[in-house]
Ligand binder design. Sequence first.
Ligand code: ATP
Ligand code: MG
Length: 380
Amino acid sequence: MKDVLLIKYGELALKGENRSFFENTLVKNIKYALKDFDGVKVEKTHGRIYVECEKDVEEAIERLKKVFGIVGITRAKEADLDLEEIFKAAVDLMKSHQGKTFKVETKRPNKAFPYNSMEVSRRVGAAVLKNVKNMKVDVHNPDVLLNVEIREKAFLYAGVIEGAGGLPLGTNGKATVLLSGGIDSPVAAWMMMKRGVEVEAVYFHSPPYTSDRAKEKVVDLCKVLSQYGRGMRLHVVHFTDLQLEIYEKCPARLTTIIMRRMMMKIAEKIAQQNGSLALITGESLGQVASQTIESLYVTNSSVSLPVFRPLIGMDKREIIDIAQKIGTYEISIRPYEDCCTIFVPKHPATKPKLEKVLEAEEKMDYQKFIDNFEEEVIEI
Ligand code: ATP
Ligand code: MG
């Protein structure tokens, strides 16, 4: 008898021909998440992934909760296909559970096992009643549901720990996220990662107007996000010169939207170099002047790659809830300025017109900045 973690993955089963690619990627990601654990074995059979973990099981579970594609994690006992062994595992398992009532439910995909599901449930129930003090059967509303699965081995478990869901990272290509130090963009990145997208980040840094601490914030956000993936690359783009050019040459009310367009153009260049097929931003409709539908139209027109805005229909409260859940919120609310807040005009246009914006942009030589931007690349 030994302890194993059963990994349940849902959506993958639907993916037809891609199934083994998805499963293999998930196995690879699980191995990566547990790479510094001793004596870990990850095995895939019959629509299940089994993780054997000699020690630090709690920590392993915490890591696995961040692996996309996992729907549930179950701490299980694995026993040989022998009734006595199964009884022992059941008693062991039930002794470690709080609760006064229980019910046994058996599945028997392995029809070679000589007892049917009802028979197994009945006998296991009797063994528990005999060996665990103060336990009663309650078939309607049990405190503990003891599951027995008869496969190539017997697996016994009670209770499932919820996984992150989504699709395994790396099964849906790559995208480049415009990552500020704010609350929204890390959540946007996380949501796309959850759909299997590998993410590379770009941060626009405007020293001396933005401090090293503002940059550090973004590095720390990438560290949190990278726990959900397999490392991450961050491009810190030196944005001051272009930003000053915008503020010198363009009408005040259009500076924010033009700045946003310049960020998109530079991010698109980086995206094309790293094989990304989309950009990601943390924009949410109507949140600020630069996120009205008119502004988003103008921003969008600056690039030809698709722009994913997973937060577009969400309220701030909903975004904050996710930020708290995934561990980025506390970093995002550190009080360091970002380049947008420093240069915000008093009256930004809320309904900018594309022709006017293009006209304004012609007054500056932005292409030379875009062709020759300076960046620092940080591997997280
Ligand atoms: P966030 O919380 O993500 O900063 P926000 O609500 O503050 O979003 P804006 O400041 O208008 O919104 O920025 C909109 C989007 O533009 C951000 O979600 C992010 O994707 C991108 N962005 C803004 N500033 C930067 C920056 N300095 N570097 C990289 N991307 C940025
Ligand atoms: Mg911001």
